[in-house]
Design a protein around this ligand. Sequence first.
Ligand code: 13P
Ligand code: SF4
Length: 316
Amino acid sequence: MTQPDLPRDLYAAIEDLKRARNAVLLAHYYQEGDIQDLADFVGDSLQLSQAAAKTDADVIVFAGVHFMAETAKIVNPGKIVVLPDLEAGCSLADQCPADRFAEFIAAHPGHKVVSYINCSAGVKALSDVICTSSNAVDMVKLFPADQPLIFAPDRNLGAYVQKQTGRELVLWNGTCQVHETFSERKLVALKVEHPGALVLAHPECEPQVLRHADFIGSTAAILNYAVGRPTTTFIVVTESGILHQMRKAAPDKTFIPAPPEANCACNECPYMKRNTLEKLYLALRDLEPRIEMPEALRVAAWRPIQRMLARDLSAA
Ligand code: 13P
Ligand code: SF4
């Protein structure tokens, strides 16, 4: 039922407010299709952090999860950054509290720290460089081969990077609650059912799932791969929100979401899906809830992000 203080045409009202506020709407591929369609830019985590760093809008509305909006604020302290639902968190970020991570680093003297962008500002501030799923291998390769490294907080992405680089990494034991649900057994059955299909997987998936993949990459890389190949059927092993852009970009192709182990909708991220059109409208109208943090924390968290964006460990 429509709430009394909400306009009938939410699409038009959101467009009007975006103009009135000089706001840019950034959306991740895991958002609902209607939010993606309203966005000024849809991308993966790296593309969104780059877009946030270079926007000249006064307001950034982040249709994604908390660590993404926080990153936008870290690179853009002068702008208002709103997240439609402050409870839109991330299991990876939650599993790596900054105080415990500081103890972990202290227990590994001489190690440098590469942290996946799916972490809090507090964890970023303890890191030497940030990475995303699209550049994790490259960020690790920036360090001399004999430099001991910690990789946090995703053990699956870390294991994938170890395999790609041949380097030993000390892994923090975190996982994405969405990507760890995919079932190897059901994936193999689906491959048998669709013998011509290619399997596209996100590196947050577990190794026993990744070993069946024809292509492993970030959400944007998976999308580009599927659009660019002559193959017509793909099994997609990541959060199901990406299917919206895949079907838009290649309407004649067939995209099959890989099944989770249980009979559930656990291939949908419950954090990403907390954002709704209604909350988006209210966030633009009220410019709340905002992302704020102490300046000292912001600067400490900005340095490793800046090194990632510059692809240079001596930057910042
Ligand atoms: P990418 O956007 O880098 O593909 O990561 C996916 C993800 O899980 C974001 O939370
Ligand atoms: Fe976090 Fe996984 Fe959701 Fe991405 S899909 S926001 S990694 S819980």
